[in-house]
Ligand binder design. Sequence first.
Ligand code: OAD
Length: 232
Amino acid sequence: MKKLVFLTGAGVSQESGISTFRDSDGLWENYPVMDVASADGFKRNPELVHHFYNERRKQLIDTRPNKAHLIIKELEQDFDVITITQNVDDLHEKAGSNNIIHLHGELMKVRSIAHPERTYTLEYPNIETCATTVDKYGDIIRPHIVFFGEDVPLYTDALDIVADADILVIIGTSLVVYPAAALVNFTKKGTPIFYIDPKPSTVSYLDNITYIAKKATEGMTELAEILRKNYI
Ligand code: OAD
């Protein structure tokens, strides 16, 4: 089976009711990003950061995957699918996708500050954390989120996956946050790339890119047909 790699961003979850970051009324318009998503912000005011991510988690309780997430899962019948997502939501999981890399971390996980390798998955409905929440060793925990200025631990895994892709599909990302945005440059020469986004950024330096300037659900419906017809 061909290796079909998705790089998804906030736009793939927009039709499920989750705000993007940089569209009008996006999250970063309503919250000071360096207060809630930076290591310094966390040091200054951990309560605020926990509160911010608790609010995001609560939003997930009633949020369902949309048709775009579901089609990505369905394509596993015909392709070897791997999804690299910049999203911290759990909608690819809820859709049933099997191979997911969360480049920027996961809302539903926390980790020990003292021992970052100790990560814990929160279980609904006990999904709220606070600045004094500790793990079983008594160590304080923090959101398992890549804050601005921090390394992206899964980046090299993602690079290898993109370099090995037979087809790359980019969905709903402004491609302005690095290093995630740079991933699209690492496909093998000639690899077909599709970019679904109602307002895609211009990536004119890439060969073989096809823009589908539509929302994720409509764009994925269209693309699934193209993929099944031409690439199986
Ligand atoms: P952005 O908010 O920067 O971009 C969202 C993209 O989704 C834009 O290109 C929109 O045009 C597009 N879009 C909006 N509605 C859509 C829809 N229904 N279907 C498809 N596309 C749609 O979000 P990201 O590119 O994901 O990082 O942002 C990258 C990173 O910046 C995030 O992972 C986050 C943020 O700061 C961290 O939190 C570390």
